[in-house]
Design a protein around this ligand. Structure first.
Ligand code: HEM
Length: 234
């Protein structure tokens, strides 16, 4: 959590508003925790591309066979996503409004680059998810994947998709924003759930950094491997 924002909020705003922002932060933490689970699971699942088409496509079939459960998961994720974005924007606007006099010089003693750009990395992720769904799930942007999609040949879809430099570039840039977002998110989530002791801060920051690096390397490895012909069509 950005300590400067909290002290500003508590000194300028009534207690009820402060309490409601704690409630909003809790909602952000709970929904965010779910996404961390999803983002980690989705990455591990997709990394099976390195094991060949059989493994990755079998995984896609398993997901598909979940049927109604898959739809329940999708709807829950969608709802959580909407809640996360709504309250994220609301908190950001409230924090902005609670600074009636702009700082002469931004004091960022406690905050990090990733914490200061949360709203922008978050909006970048929103744009990416919309594009990603249009690309791989609904194949609106690339209807030529239709036959591959019908056969649930996710492996070939990935290779064909990432062979395009522009598409790979979009994914790599988006993954940089994702890693910046989760970097601060992990740190902030621990604080929201009560680990506010100052002596924990360096460790929590390190956990956030480590997780962000793992996510970045894991996800970016896929387009890069396709572009380097490490992963090819079978
Ligand atoms: C290199 C990066 C990624 C790859 C290769 C990848 C791959 C895929 C593929 C192939 C699908 C379609 C599965 C299908 O419909 O058969 C998919 C769906 C999806 N991906 Fe990704 N993904 C990546 C990154 C991400 C990230 C970072 C997020 C979230 C922040 C994400 C969120 C989703 C969502 C929400 C779906 C729809 C799931 C569903 O409705 O079944 N993906 N992804």
């Amino acid at each position: 959590m950005d300590t400067i924002q909290v002290s500003t909020m508590s000194s300028h705003r009534p207690v009820t508003a402060y309490k409601s922002s704690i409630g909003m932060k809790l909602l952000m933490g709970i929904t965010g925790f779910t996404f961390i689970g999803f983002v980690t699971g989705h990455m591990i699942g997709n990394l099976q591309v390195f094991l060949g088409p059989e493994k990755l496509n079998a995984y896609a079939h398993t997901l598909q066979s979940l049927g109604a459960l898959l739809w329940i998961i999708r709807l829950s994720l969608f709802t959580f996503f909407a809640v996360h974005i709504f309250f994220g924007i609301k908190l950001w606007l409230e924090n902005k409004a609670s600074r009636p006099i702009p700082y002469v010089k931004e004091v960022n003693v406690e905050s990090t680059f990733s914490s200061r750009i949360m709203i922008w990395s978050g909006l970048a992720m929103f744009s990416f998810v919309v594009y990603h769904l249009l690309h791989f799930t609904l194949i609106v942007t690339n209807p030529e994947y239709a036959v591959l999609k019908e056969n649930l040949d996710v492996y070939s879809m990935m290779v064909v998709g990432f062979s395009n430099y522009w598409i790979s570039a979009v994914y790599v840039v988006a993954m940089i924003f994702l890693s910046l977002h989760v970097n601060h998110a992990v740190f902030s989530m621990f604080q929201t759930f009560g680990l506010t002791n100052a002596k924990w801060i360096p460790l929590l920051r390190r956990i956030g950094n480590l997780y962000a690096i793992l996510i970045l390397v894991g996800y970016v490895s896929m387009p890069i491997a396709v572009l380097l012909n490490i992963i090819t069509l079978h």
